[in-house]
Design a protein around this ligand. Structure first.
Ligand SMILES: *Cc1c(COP(=O)(O)O)cnc(C)c1O
Length: 417
């Protein structure tokens, strides 16, 4: 298996650790708990510091267990390099911190994950200029673009209302204007979609979600697709330009300023858990997508349900684009109950489905949106964003389909008004 680039998605992940040749023929990369690394010859240490040799000096900025996971994510995303972080939020924060300067302008989707939206507000408070637009049409991005714009940040499928960003057109626009195009691929994962195909510069993944998959470790990553031309990008340190291949200056600056200085390092034990979880990403997602499609069809025809938000449904506003771009429509969906149904009583009647805020777990999780993840926004912003008070977000898991639909059927029957 030397030409493992040509193997399928799951085969590649399964054999990735082994091909890095860990000791004793181990099939997993070991969990290296060492914080620091010793050198026989001081020149070796110096070379690592001066970017002249690959190696490990201090585990905050690199650890072999974490490297093995980074290598897997790079292969999954078909990029050139990945940096893993302690969480998805750390990956997003580091990417922006490392590449954007005060005076720069960022265009972001107005349907971003709540905590991403919140960290962007913090960046605004310390001097960045950020515009929020409905990213389901590239026209909205063109409208706010200025000669200060450096980055466009979108997600593939938005949470909770499942809007799909105008990814192809935005990628073309970013290429044309030489903008960093950052795509948060968490909701689709590299199994359903590879942002490199729409010319993304960087791909963010919350490894906590589908890639890890079992809700037993937090992690995040940023992958460089290799498509961005750094030659005229102003915010790169000269010392990197002098010592690193031109294609690698962006990701190296994220490793230094974002990871090393920011300190959001992934622990090796967590990297191991995520790495093992990632072996079954394709199997889990196939099953979750099948369950989600069946559940969406069931809920859509139910008299107590007023609306279902799922890109797999024909009446979803971006159904065609989603069909074109994504292998399947994902495991995330939302629905709203008709007026008069007691939302909390309904949720409490669910016996299998867990009331929980995570997503991408093997188990199906439900959360009332307006009261939790979108509570801080206030009623007015929620109304603007089209989030009804009775909206429930579901992260559909891999349970047996009859059990899952049965749980909803029973809870809805008992909630009839
Ligand atoms: C969960 C999530 C994040 C943040 O990831 P953490 O690992 O929880 O920090 C970022 N983006 C999206 C789309 C997410 O769903």
């Amino acid at each position: 298996m030397n030409d493992n680039e040509k193997k399928g998605f799951t085969t590649t992940i399964l054999h990735s650790d082994r091909l890095l040749k860990p000791e004793h023929g181990a099939l997993h990369q070991p969990i290296h708990t060492a914080v620091t690394w010793g050198f026989e010859d001081v020149q070796g240490l110096v070379n690592v510091f001066q970017n002249k040799a690959k190696g490990y000096a201090y585990s905050r900025q690199g650890n072999p267990t974490v490297t093995a996971l980074e290598h897997k994510v790079t292969q999954m995303e078909q990029g050139i390099a990945t940096i893993a972080f302690s969480t998805g939020m750390a990956a997003i924060t580091a990417t922006i911190m490392a590449l954007i300067k005060s005076g720069d302008h960022i265009i972001a989707s107005s349907y971003l994950f709540g905590n991403t939206r919140s960290i962007l507000q913090t960046f605004t408070d310390i001097g960045l200029d950020i515009s929020y637009v409905d990213a389901t049409s590239v026209e909205n991005i063109k409208e706010v673009y200025t000669d200060k714009t450096k980055m466009v940040l979108v997600e593939t499928i938005a949470n909770p209302a499942t809007q799909v960003a105008d990814l192809i057109a935005i990628g073309d626009f970013c290429e044309d204007k030489k903008l960093l195009f950052v795509v948060d691929n968490t909701m689709t994962s590299p199994y359903l979609f590879r942002p490199v195909t729409v010319k993304a510069s960087f791909v963010i993944n919350s490894l906590t979600k589908y890639i890890g998959g079992h809700a037993n470790a937090l992690g995040g990553s940023v992958t460089d697709t290799g498509l961005f031309d750094w030659a005229n990008y102003p915010n790169i340190a000269q010392i990197l330009r002098d010592s690193i291949k031109p294609q690698m200056v962006g990701i190296t600056q994220i490793r230094k300023r974002g990871l090393r200085d920011g300190g959001g390092t992934l622990a090796p034990e967590a990297a191991h858990n995520i790495s093992v979880g990632s072996e079954t990403l394709a199997l889990r997602l196939e099953r979750a997508c099948s369950n989600a499609a069946a559940l969406a069809a069931f809920l859509e025809q139910h008299p107590l349900v007023s609306k279902v938000y799922y890109p797999g449904l024909k009446d979803h506003p971006q159904h065609e684009l989603a069909s074109q771009l994504f292998h399947r429509y994902g495991g995330l969906m939302s629905f709203a109950l008709v007026d008069g149904v007691d939302l909390f009583a309904f949720l409490n009647r669910l016996q299998l489905v867990i009331k929980s805020s995570n997503l991408g777990d093997t188990r199906t999780l439900a959360i009332p949106v307006a009261h939790t993840i979108f509570f801080e926004l206030g009623a007015e912003r929620r109304a603007e964003m089209g989030i009804p008070d009775s909206m429930i977000r579901l992260s559909v898991g891999i349970e047996d389909q009859e059990d899952l639909i049965g749980d909803f059927r029973r809870a809805l029957e008992a909630s009839a008004i």
